[in-house]
Design a protein around this ligand. Sequence first.
Ligand SMILES: NC(=O)c1ccc[n+]([C@@H]2O[C@H](COP(=O)([O-])OP(=O)(O)OC[C@H]3O[C@@H](n4cnc5c(N)ncnc54)[C@H](O)[C@@H]3O)[C@@H](O)[C@H]2O)c1
Length: 452
Amino acid sequence: MKRLNLPPLNKCSVAVIGLGYVGLPLAIAIANQKRCILSNKKIQRNVIGFDLDISRIIELKKGFDRNKISSKNTKKHLKNIKFTNDKKLLKKVDVFIITVPTPIDKKNNPNSSFIKEASKLVGESIRSSEQNKLNKIIIYESTVYPGLTEEICVPIIEQNSGLIYNNPKNERTFFCGYSPERINPGDSNHTINTIIKVTSGCNKYVASWIDEFYGSFIKAGTYKVSSIKVAEAAKIIENIQRDINIALVNELSMLFKKIEIDTQEVLEAANTKWNFHKYRPGLVGGHCIGVDPYYLTFKAQEIGFETKLISAGRSINNYMYEYLFQEIVNLLNKQNEDANDIKILLLGITYKSNCSDMRNSQLVLLAEKIKKRDLEITIVDPKVDRKKALEEMSLEILLKIPKNKKFSIIIFGLFHEEFNHLSYDVLKKSTKKNAVIIDLTNKIIGENVIHL
Ligand SMILES: NC(=O)c1ccc[n+]([C@@H]2O[C@H](COP(=O)([O-])OP(=O)(O)OC[C@H]3O[C@@H](n4cnc5c(N)ncnc54)[C@H](O)[C@@H]3O)[C@@H](O)[C@H]2O)c1
């Protein structure tokens, strides 16, 4: 390993590029590990947290995380990271970890602009630090299709650095790796420290370096694979598997509704078999499950392979908010209330419970559809940035259920911790006589409560 002039494991300087849901917890974990988990040796790493969003940097410098994902000790933990948007500070960095967004565009094709931009930034930074004898390691954590790191990002780094990727002569070179992130925002049981980290590198020495690097601070341990492509593929199929399984139960629930069978009861019964996998119907949103399959289908298309099942799963799950809207219209028709008197309450609008993120939320699409029909909708979500929601999405969001209103339909969308007290009896106090509660959380049982 030494002959590759790799950075010293316990004394390297690390920059995390992109301080969002993935990057910030990662930077915190690296910066606050004082002894290597594997060797118990002392760790002295400089950690730079880099983001192009200056407002994010200002907030983090003040100890504030708008994503509210870090623990109570946020302020203390953030102190060990140098937050910056100054590119010059990246010149002395040995290890870059890229955690920028990899969304899709309006046509559901990968939008690689952020990851390309970050690769350019790294390329420029390592060009200007050529005098440093250590070879740089660039680890990608953003979710991508198998091949994207080495086919798209590496050439950009080469072009902007003037260096040769993974040069066997070990001259004028840099190395890459891929280690997917599997955190689950809003889920305190599955955090960076409790999830095994899959690691990979462009050659066996770099792969071992990267594996040991993560092993030094990830308490759950690591799992090294043989290539970057394998690690990229492993991440993407984790989410595809989930997407397809949810699509299956969503399809079943729409069918069972038509033949008047209770889907929940069917699932409970089927689940008594040892090898039945229990998935619940629901809305799929966010930047992972609803996005990652498109990365793989894009790659498949590129090589002329048709992904029938993955694409079918996507179209079923994409349709669910429209299906729900139609269900609401059917219920309202039955209630036969004057359109001006109809009042709908939506509890939770982010893409999942206990998360502040509204991007790619099907509940947002549902709320917009209801508003377009000129129906009165009250949205309650204590997790979201309400100012941003109003400015960017024209959605007025309240902290609590207003006491002076009685609702025709309550859509219990998410089970945020602040909604723990919302039992059937509590919700009933806010409903009209024949009101219906559509419970997407599967927590409420009672008269006129329906589930997907
Ligand atoms: N959010 C999740 O639950 C989750 C879980 C696993 C994997 N991922 C993947 O991790 C990646 C990051 O996701 P996220 O949710 O943390 O995104 P995010 O939108 O929360 O944060 C990304 C950050 O990167 C910054 N950024 C964008 N371009 C940049 C650049 N060129 N240089 C520096 N900073 C830049 C943005 O300002 C933002 O602060 C994505 O590929 C995503 O698919 C996300």
